[in-house]
Structure formats: C-alpha cells, structure tokens
Ligand binder design. Structure first.
Ligand code: CDP
Length: 238
C-alpha cells in the first residue's frame, strides 16, 4: 500500500475542477520548464516551477551536510526552510531562507541528489501543501512530476511532456554548457535514466501521466511548436 499525500487519489479523477489551472508533468530534460514559462507568459498566468522547490530543499541538505538518504533529517529540514518563488524581469527567482539561490540549485551536485530528496514523504507533504496554496486562486501554469496526479488533480488542463532520453540529454548538455559546465553526453544519458527510474518507481507520488493528461512527445519539435500546441489546447477549452 503506497503512502498517500493529503490530496492524492492515486491518479483518480477528481469531481472538482479548478479553472485556469494548467498542470504540466514529465521526465527530466523534456523541456517542460521552457515550455511552461512561455505558455504562462502567453496566457498571462503565473509560472510555478515545483522542481526548483525540491532543488532548494536539496541545496539546504547539502549545505547542512545532511545526506540525501537520511529521510528523517532531510524531512525535518524541509519543514523548517522558507522557499519563495518570485517572478522577475529575467524569469523566476528562487529564494531559500531569503537568499537568492536561482543559479546554485541548477548545479550538477544538486541534480545528482535531488531525486533522493524528492522520495521523502515529509518533503513531498510540505512542498505539496505550499504548491496547492500557490495555485489556489487560479491563473497558474504549474510544472513538475506529480502535478496532474497529486498536487492539482482538479486542474482543468493537464499535459505530460516527454521526449527520447537521448534528445533530453542533448538539451540538458546545451543548458549546462550555457551555465559553464561541460559534461559528456553519455554521462548525462545515464544520469537522466537514473533520475527517471527513481522518479517513476518511488512509493510517494511517482512520475506518471494523469489518466486525463494529454501526452505530448516533443522529440524533433521546436519549443515554439510545443508552446503553440499547448496554448491551442488550453484556449479551445476555455
Ligand atoms: O528540470 P529537470 O527536468 O532537471 O528537473 P526539475 O523539474 O528541476 O526537478 C528536479 C527533480 O525534483 C526531479 O528529478 C524529481 O526528482 C523532483 N521533483 C519531484 O519529485 N516532483 C515535482 N513535482 C518536481 C520535481
């Protein structure tokens, strides 16, 4: 029996519908963040990156020297930290206990540990509660792994964005190069496969499409094509 989060219906359909709420889920490097950000801008909605929140808790654990496998200690840290997502001219800024950690949470070290931290029930419970509060008044595009299934099963628009592992690794390599990290493709393929495996087999809120999500394979598609596709879907059902 898997542990349920407060609002988790194990992927079942909710009788309630939240209007103007777009849930985007998918595996590492599928281009969700880029697409979600642009879609939010196009719709005039708020963009919420839930992965950044898991990354912030991971950074906190690394800084405190708490191993990501120590569920209780990491869970208790997650209960105490303050995490704020602030929209600014140059995108979303992430604050951990008042400090801007937007760049630091993207480091390869945080990426290596984040999926272990994200398995921890107490971490998910705290972040899920925060995420629901953020979406309460609607007009949001929320992006992550469990948004359509657990965080906002009532969302009126749900997408599962994916791409082949190799394409995802290539995109990630480009992102990292722009940030000054040079990592070879095979290493990234292995890291992405490992993260996908942990994310989709964990006990609490595993990565999977919601039964009512529209699955979008972005392999070979440009960012603009994907954003257009999603925007058309949302607008035709407004
Ligand atoms: O951007 P990238 O695809 O690398 O991942 P991310 O969205 O920054 O999320 C980093 C990690 O946080 C994921 O691999 C998951 O382990 C975890 N995560 C999660 O468990 N649930 C979410 N709603 C969002 C992220």
């Amino acid at each position: 029996m898997s542990k349920l989060l407060p609002n988790d219906r194990e992927g079942g359909l909710s009788p309630l519908v939240m209007r103007n709420v777009v849930a985007i889920d998918g595996p590492a490097g599928a281009g969700k963040s880029t697409v979600a950000k642009l879609l939010a801008r196009r719709l005039g909605f708020l963009y919420i990156d839930t992965g950044a929140m898991y990354r912030a808790v991971t950074l906190k654990a690394l800084r405190e020297g708490v191993p990501s496998t120590e569920d209780e200690a990491v869970g208790s840290l997650a209960g105490k930290v303050s995490i704020d997502l602030v929209s600014s001219g140059n995108g979303l800024r992430v604050f951990l206990d008042g400090e801007d950690v937007t760049e630091e949470i993207r480091s390869p070290e945080v990426s290596r540990h984040v999926s272990y931290v994200a398995r921890i029930y107490a971490v998910r419970k705290r972040l899920t509660t925060l995420q629901r509060e953020m979406a309460r008044s609607g007009g949001v595009v929320m992006e992550g792994r469990d948004i359509g299934t657990c965080v906002l099963p009532e969302a009126d628009h749900k997408f599962f964005v994916t791409a082949s592992v190799r394409e995802r690794a290539r995109r990630r390599q480009g992102d990292l190069r722009r940030q000054g990290h040079d990592i070879d493709l095979e290493t990234l393929v292995q890291e992405i496969e490992k993260r996908d495996f942990i994310d989709s087999t964990r006990e609490v809120a595993p990565l999977k499409p919601a039964p009512d999500a529209k699955v979008i394979d972005t392999t070979g598609k440009t960012v603009e094509e994907v954003v257009n596709l999603l925007a058309t879907e949302v607008l035709k059902r407004q």
